[in-house]
Design a protein around this ligand. Structure first.
Ligand code: ADP
Length: 346
């Protein structure tokens, strides 16, 4: 609190207020700021500027804030208001303004709670819920429609009944996969996934992933190429590394052109192993490139629906890479292909 007087209790109070995350300001009857704590300086003072003795309206142009201080000073009433303030970035505040008598004259004291982050998280939460509902509803609608068709007589239609059951099973599997991915993400995000790093023979691990995805690759005539040297080891949690590579290679197959290639390579980058997964697919537009690691983000909704997938795979890869102390990045050239690089500390 930058204010007059340096008596000991005053200094204690000043210390407390300066250590407070909320901004605190005291305004006098001529609407000038007579005191403000460090947080208020950080939030509202222009570069190296002062707050003391400035008019409130000069520092923050907000009518409802001004009215709240007027109510406190002239009528001795408290108020709670919401305010958005655009400084270096837009921030939102819940503000409590109350009357306070100082040296026998009425003042107003405002405490500003920064709710920007809470609001951001609330928006993410709502979007997440609405995405999940949407993603679950699509296969569920299909399951319900086909069950109804079977009930309405198609069960006796020998030519189609198995096909309809197949559609129901595929949609149920999709819901199952989605729920598994959501649980996985929430486990990772709540800090309940621990990794145990070992020396992992990468060539063999890539061969295992290729084997698991071989029928999917064959269906699209995609060639899977393992360029990792035999016997080379990387430091990673083998289960989690397999999970990351499965996601990246699976995407490389799904978003490839027919008869394309997916290649896995290993390079050394400073103190890190960089495992690359490249494909010869359609590539990703620059505007989508940085967002594809977000939950449920898809570059091309129509296409992804066609090839299947939850939109959570890359979010999981990003979290798992970070749990290893590493990072995942992407580069892409339209109609030439995409390369994901997994950097893991050696
Ligand atoms: P999905 O389950 O949809 O594959 P991901 O999180 O794995 O979810 O990927 C998110 C989106 O990123 C995909 O829907 C797709 O639009 C894009 N994408 C991922 N990998 C590739 C790739 N190798 N080539 C082109 N687009 C890709």
């Amino acid at each position: 609190m930058q204010s007059v007087g340096q008596s000991s209790p005053h200094r204690i109070l000043q210390g407390i207020l300066d250590a407070t995350r909320e901004s605190v300001m005291i305004v006098d009857s001529s609407r000038r700021i007579v005191a403000a704590n460090q947080a208020a300086y950080d939030a509202f003072a222009r570069q190296n500027g002062s707050l003391r003795n400035k008019r409130l309206s000069e520092v923050i142009r907000d009518l409802s804030l001004h009215d709240a201080f007027t109510r406190a000073i002239e009528s001795g009433r408290e108020s709670d208001i919401r305010m958005d303030f655009i400084g270096t970035e837009r921030r939102s505040y819940d503000i409590h303004v109350s009357p306070i008598d100082l040296d026998d004259s009425p003042h107003g004291i405002g405490v500003f709670y920064d709710v920007t982050q809470i609001e951001r998280l609330e928006k993410v939460r709502q979007e997440f819920l609405s995405n999940i509902s949407h993603e679950l509803r699509t296969p569920l609608t299909s399951i319900m429609a086909f069950v109804e068709t079977l009930e309405d007589g198609a069960i006796d239609d020998k030519e189609n009944n198995r096909r309809f059951l197949g559609v129901i099973r595929r949609n149920a599997e999709r819901m199952n996969g989605l729920i598994a991915d959501i649980l996985e993400l929430s486990m990772i995000e709540s800090g309940n996934v621990f990794i145990e790093v070992k020396q992992v023979p990468l060539f063999n691990l890539v061969e295992d992933v290729f084997a698991a995805l071989s029928s999917k690759a064959a269906a699209r005539r995609i060639e899977l190429i393992n360029n990792v040297g035999q016997g080379v080891k990387v430091t990673a949690d083998p289960v989690r590394l397999e999970q990351m590579l499965t996601n990246l290679i699976d995407n490389g197959i799904k978003f490839n052109r027919p008869a394309g290639r997916v290649t896995v390579d290993l390079g050394l980058n400073g103190g890190s192993n960089s495992i690359s997964v490249s494909d010869t697919g359609e590539g990703i537009l620059t505007e989508h490139l940085q967002r594809i690691f977000e939950r449920f983000y898809r570059a091309d909704r129509g296409r992804t629906r066609e090839v299947g997938g939850t939109g959570l795979g890359l979010a999981i890869v990003k979290h798992l890479a970070r749990l290893h102390g590493g990072e995942v990045s992407v580069s892409s050239a339209l109609s030439r292909g995409t390369t994901f690089i997994l950097e893991l500390p050696a």
